[in-house]
Design a protein around this ligand. Structure first.
Ligand code: F6R
Length: 590
């Protein structure tokens, strides 16, 4: 996945685009580029690495030639086709340099298109470069930027969010299939971006584009359907995300800011209309076969919920990794129900799973954080996490919001909605105190553990998914190998890896502490260093983090110290927790 921002308005294209790209870096950060319409030609600058370090002065010295720059496009890249080089960074230009294009997605038929354009010399190894080259090709016959753009889009197969500018036109053109694109509007200024934080500083008035739509920003904004070129009237929506939520503020990283915000984000998750919750619960009660589906952290929320549905709702749910979902196709009927769980609502594996389900007539409920996302638009019903923008690549606050909503649904299923709300809110109210009481201890623990190569986490029952999620957090931001197990499982093989000093985090709930502590004793007798997390201290623990007991809501609190540990391990090891290597915020490749 990559980040796109385009601007048309006042003579401030460079600063708007540069800032927008910095706010989009979570979508990809191996290289970047900016192109502005100038006279006599489009001016362009690109760089390899992090745009976070680049200043407006540097960009200005490259682009600003004393002429107003009111139209421009920018891109931050996460490489898929072609290595991380300046040549492969976007924007890409046509051979005659007349047009420049940024793209997020994958053009599946790029080789075929390249063969058609055999007389044109390509400069990069990317699939994207076929777009400006094809545009140039069509402009030669059409003599019109917009008509040529439409012809170009019609030839593209795959996923794209694309924005193009032309040196000889004052229009910004855009289109999308499969990748997100949203338009921001502020009087006579327009923004086109992959996500709202890119322009939230300037406006909260947005228009979400649907797949198969394209448009132009000339004297005004026009949006059309690609299939028939009919103009479409779209609603302008107001987003209630605020700028503070999308900025680090006083924190050194988004990860720690987002961990700290969890009392408020869980509280906002609970602010669901009862009528919406009851509609979803009704659909669940009617369904014959419920499938909870997600990837990564969102999948761990599904695993946690499966225990809640068993214990509280006495309802059977299937939990399936989105990337494996199609193997369950034979069990789907038009009476099945899928609950698709996703922060971004753009994860390709999940979108594919939803398509498989929809083809079988399955009803889709989504739990999603990003309002205009593909998943939300594909769903029959949707509950929004209300977590606010989650900018750090690794998911923290959105995970606890997912846990909260899924737990609420389990209580609602058992006709105990209000009891569920009270329990979750009281757990949320403890987050700040939990952090305050343990912050210094966890920083010390991170210093002690930072040079370890392996770490294990065990939990039983509701604490098992917390072990899975904790291991994922530690791995992805600190690059220390960590694995989460059900308490009973470590001894079926992996215990062979326990050596003198190997850290093992044990997560105990009052219901599971006896068994988990006996697992801890076994590990300690092989030299393991035991970090106990739970509401009661035990003598086997070498290090103890107290987490108050909130029964079925325990996973909401239990994960917080591990999120903090992962964060401080990353900091101790000089890793940037906001931008882990090889990762991007939403995974739009299969
Ligand atoms: C881990 C993480 C990923 C995502 C996964 C699904 O911290 O962020 O594992 O949870 O890629 O993403 P969404 O929830 O956007 O579908």
């Amino acid at each position: 996945m990559c980040g796109i921002i385009a601007y048309k308005g006042k003579d401030k294209a460079i600063s708007v685009i540069l800032e927008g790209l910095k706010n989009l870096e979570y979508r990809g950060y191996d290289s970047w580029g900016i192109a502005c319409k100038s006279n006599p030609s489009i001016v362009l600058t690109k760089g390899v690495g992090n745009i976070g370090e680049v200043t407006e002065e540097e960009i200005k010295s490259e682009l600003y030639k004393g002429k107003p720059l009111t139209i421009g496009i920018g891109h931050t890249r996460w490489a898929t086709h072609g290595g991380v080089t300046k040549e492969n960074a976007h924007p890409h230009q046509s051979e005659n340099h007349r047009v420049a294009v940024v793209h997020n997605g994958i053009i599946e038929n790029f080789e075929e298109l390249k063969a058609k354009l055999k007389n044109i010399k390509f400069k990069s190894e990317t699939d994207t470069e076929v777009i400006p080259q094809l545009l140039q090709y069509h402009m030669e016959s059409r003599k019109d930027f917009e008509k040529a753009f439409v012809d170009t889009l019609k030839e593209l197969q795959g996923n794209y969010a694309v924005v193009a500018i032309d040196q000889q036109s004052d229009k910004v053109l855009f289109g999308k299939v499969g990748s997100p694109l949203v338009i921001g509007k502020k009087e006579d200024e327009y923004f086109v971006a992959s996500d709202i934080p890119a322009f939230l500083k300037h406006t909260n008035q947005v228009i979400y584009l649907e797949d198969g739509e394209y448009g132009s920003i000339g004297d005004s904004l026009k949006i059309y359907k690609l299939s028939n070129n009919q103009i479409i009237n779209k609603d302008v929506q107001t987003v209630d995300w605020n700028l503070e939520q999308a900025q680090k503020g006083e924190y050194p990283h988004f990860m720690i800011k987002e961990i700290m915000e969890q009392r408020d984000s869980i509280t906002r998750a609970l602010e669901q209309k009862n009528s919406n919750l009851l509609k979803v619960i009704e659909m669940m009660k009617k369904a014959k076969g419920i499938f909870l589906v997600g990837c990564g952290t969102s999948f761990h929320a599904c695993v946690s919920a499966s225990y809640n549905f068993s214990h509280i709702a006495k309802a059977h749910v299937n939990i399936v990794l989105a990337s494996e979902f199609r193997n369950y196709e034979e069990f789907l009927t038009d009476e099945s129900l899928m609950i698709a769980v996703s922060q971004s609502g753009e994860t390709a594996d999940l979108i594919d799973a939803v398509k498989v389900a929809k083809a079988k007539g399955v009803k889709i409920i989504s739990l999603v954080n990003v309002m205009g996302s593909t998943l939300k638009r594909m769903s029959d019903e949707s509950l929004l996490m209300n977590a606010g923008p989650e900018i750090c690549v690794c998911s923290t606050k959105n995970y606890t919001s997912q846990l909260a909503i899924l737990l609420l649904l389990a209580y609602g299923f058992a006709d105990r909605l209000e009891e569920g709300k009270e329990l979750i809110q009281s757990a949320a109210n403890k987050v700040e105190e939990l952090i305050k009481n343990n912050l210094d201890k966890i920083k010390d623990l991170a210093k002690k553990l930072k040079d370890n190569k392996n770490m294990f986490l065990i939990g039983r029952d509701l604490a098992y998914p917390s072990a899975l999620e904790g291991a994922l957090k530690i791995k992805e931001v600190s690059y220390i190998h960590a694995e989460g197990f059900a308490g009973g499982e470590l001894k079926h093989g992996t215990i062979a890896l326990i050596e003198e000093g190997t850290p093992v985090i044990t997560l105990a709930t009052p219901e599971t502490e006896q068994l988990i502590n006996s697992n801890a004793i076994e590990i300690k007798s092989r030299g393991g260093y035991i970090i106990g997390i739970g509401s009661k201290k035990h003598e086997v623990y070498d290090f103890y983090i107290e987490v108050p007991n909130f029964k079925q809501a325990n996973p909401l609190l239990m994960i917080v110290p591990i999120q903090l540990l992962a964060y401080y391990l990353a900091v101790e090891r000089n890793c940037n927790p906001d931008k882990p290597r090889n990762l991007a915020k939403s995974v739009t490749v299969r």
